[in-house]
Design a protein around this ligand. Structure first.
Ligand code: PMP
Length: 345
């Protein structure tokens, strides 16, 4: 139970908002059936840019500065409309870099507006072409980087400063926050930076800590962890995690168990999270929580488990938090709530 004595003394003012990246809170979930386990979530949505990707936005830019690949006033190029773009845009704005993002044209308008508001230049490209096509967003970004003098192609999928950010910050934070008493960490994989960095950190400081993969149904990664084979990818609606290839910098040999979670289970679990605990997470947070709950319920001895709220549910209000959208997509079986008839009946 909380009381006034729990109230923390607030930290003094800072002069650089980038110092607010990381050191995110850890909260224990108490309103779910976690079996014999205690389940904690790390609130990465509380980073200043709103997601876990602020950490790599800072680390990849600082590494490029240190290595002399990025000069004052220089240009950064990346291919993403997701949280990595927002994390980079935050750091680029505050450090005075020009940022060009190449974005497939299927991405939500809100994301593009958000990136432009932060000062990023957005280059739209085709969504209907695959790797190797000149208009594929990653190929286009790489080409732009070779054409603009001094431009630095960030490339989170192959940039070692991505997993390093988690090995050097996220891992030590978790270890300290749980009082050096932990059994498992449940992660999703987009670029693989989080799971690889955390896996490396825990292999060093506490090798008994299990790395558990939460993978959307349709992604090839869970199958790869279980069987070592790369299957045919399907499609999924959860954003930010799941892949149709093995991300080159990911080390999935660090993963001991994998859970496959459907879009419906991810969305319904995220909606339960905000109703029961008041935490408004994004769609990947639903996948991670659903996998963490399954892991917890399968344990026959008490365990301490950490998972993540990777980004905020604000970005998904018109989708998974909208009853009508959920019903339209077939994710809800009951009729949509929210119109006057519900109040009258
Ligand atoms: N959740 C969300 C919402 C994301 O945007 C991402 C990154 N694409 C992840 C999880 C996965 O992180 P990583 O790239 O480190 O594997």
């Amino acid at each position: 139970m909380s009381s006034f004595s729990d109230t923390k003394i607030l930290a003094p003012a800072v002069g650089d908002p980038l110092t607010l990246i990381g050191n995110t809170p850890l909260v224990e979930l108490t309103k779910f059936d976690t079996g014999l386990c205690r389940l904690f979530v790390k609130l990465e949505n509380q980073n200043p840019g709103g997601s876990i990707k602020d950490r790599i936005g800072r680390s990849m830019i600082e590494a490029a500065e240190r290595e002399g690949r990025l000069k004052p006033g220089g240009t950064l190029i990346e291919a993403t409309a997701g949280n990595t773009g927002l994390g980079l845009a935050l750091v680029a704005a505050s450090r005075g870099y020009r940022l060009i993002l190449v974005i497939p044209d299927k991405m939500a308008q809100e994301k593009v507006f958000h990136l432009r508001a932060l000062g990023a230049q957005v280059v739209m490209t085709r969504s209907d072409v695959g790797k190797g096509h000149p208009d594929y967003y990653q190929d286009r970004a790489e080409r732009l980087a070779s054409e603009i003098p001094g431009a630095f192609y960030v490339n989170q999928f192959a940039n070692p400063a991505n997993p390093r950010a988690h090995e050097e910050t996220t891992g030590p934070e978790i270890w300290e926050q749980v009082g050096h008493d932990l059994d498992a960490v449940v992660c999703g994989v987009g670029s693989g930076g989080t799971i690889t960095g955390l896996g490396r950190y825990f292999r060093r400081v506490a090798p008994h800590v299990q790395m558990v993969l939460a993978d959307p149904k349709g992604s090839i990664l869970a199958d790869y962890v279980r069987t070592g084979t790369v299957g045919e990818a399907g499609s999924w609606a959860v954003e930010g995690i799941g892949e149709d290839f093995i991300p080159p910098l990911s080390d999935l040999s660090l993963v001991s168990e994998a859970f496959v979670i459907s879009d419906a289970e991810s969305f319904v679990t995220a909606r339960e999270l905000v109703r029961r605990e008041g935490i408004l997470g994004g769609s990947s947070s639903g996948t991670l929580l659903a996998a963490a709950l399954r892991y917890c319920q399968a344990q026959s001895t008490p365990k301490r488990v950490v998972t993540f709220i990777c980004d905020s549910g604000n970005k998904y209000l018109s989708k998974m938090y909208n009853d009508f959208w959920m019903a339209d997509q077939g994710y809800l079986t009951r009729p949509p709530a929210g119109d006057l008839r519900d109040l009258i009946s």
